[in-house]
Design a protein. Sequence first.
Length: 309
Amino acid sequence: MNQIALRPFRAAANPSIVQAQASTSEPRAHVIVFGNEKGGSGKSTAAMHVAVALLREGKSVGTVDVDARQGTFTRYFENRRSYNATRAPDMPMPRHHAVLPSSAATKAEAEADEKARLEVALNDLLPSCDFVVVDTPGSDTFLSRHAHTFADTLVTPLNDSFVDLDLLARVDPETFKVVRPSIYAETVWRQRQIRAIAGGKPIDWLVMRNRLSALTARNKRDMSAVLANLSKRIGYRLAAGLSERVIYRELFLKGLTLLDLREEKTGIAMTMSHVAARQEVRDLLAALKLPTLTIEVPPAPAAEEAEEA
């Protein structure tokens, strides 16, 4: 199998990885990091749905927002807590930490401060949770890179567009052949090298095609072919993500997910479109192939409503 050449890289061992992943008789949470250096890819929505899906499976879940300055992931849980207080007190909640960027004067001081803040949050969750779900910024920051080093599973949501694909690889415009990996692919490769040197477990990298249109188009077919080819070259698994549906945006204000709609207290009537969207979430959870978790994916509904609620 041909491999795309990546730039030479030398990495020093990262003690924090060894401490978090060293073989021990004590159980440790499986860390799922949602990462992509491009904003607007649906990281926070996907992270929220996976966290709640795991809670609904009876797992203990911790969540960490390292994009706390923007704070979409944190506000999602704040909205959920408010909804719990007034409408549905039995909705499952994770243990949540928000890690803010440092305001230290120098780069070295800021990085040391952010590293310590993230590790305090993880050290609180790793020993006592089954899973920890981490949402990272849509940009290249020290805090985001450090969070990536803890990932057992890395999920990269990618809008179905060659504009977003450019983050992973440069593609020949005529032949659609992959010319070379791009910035985020190289970042992930470096984190894999750091983990290998530190003796950590390999990262299971999943790229999910997000906000897919129901329409068949040439762009969709071309994206499918390029992503499948690229997956063999830079080492990720490919899965379908969440379609472009109004319901995902509407649920944010209540802090709900599709898997919460089966609760009568939500007051939201289920449509066939909602059922199909809920299945997307379960399909994604199954695609993650997480340890100690078996997901039975129901058959797809026969048809969807033309209009979404």
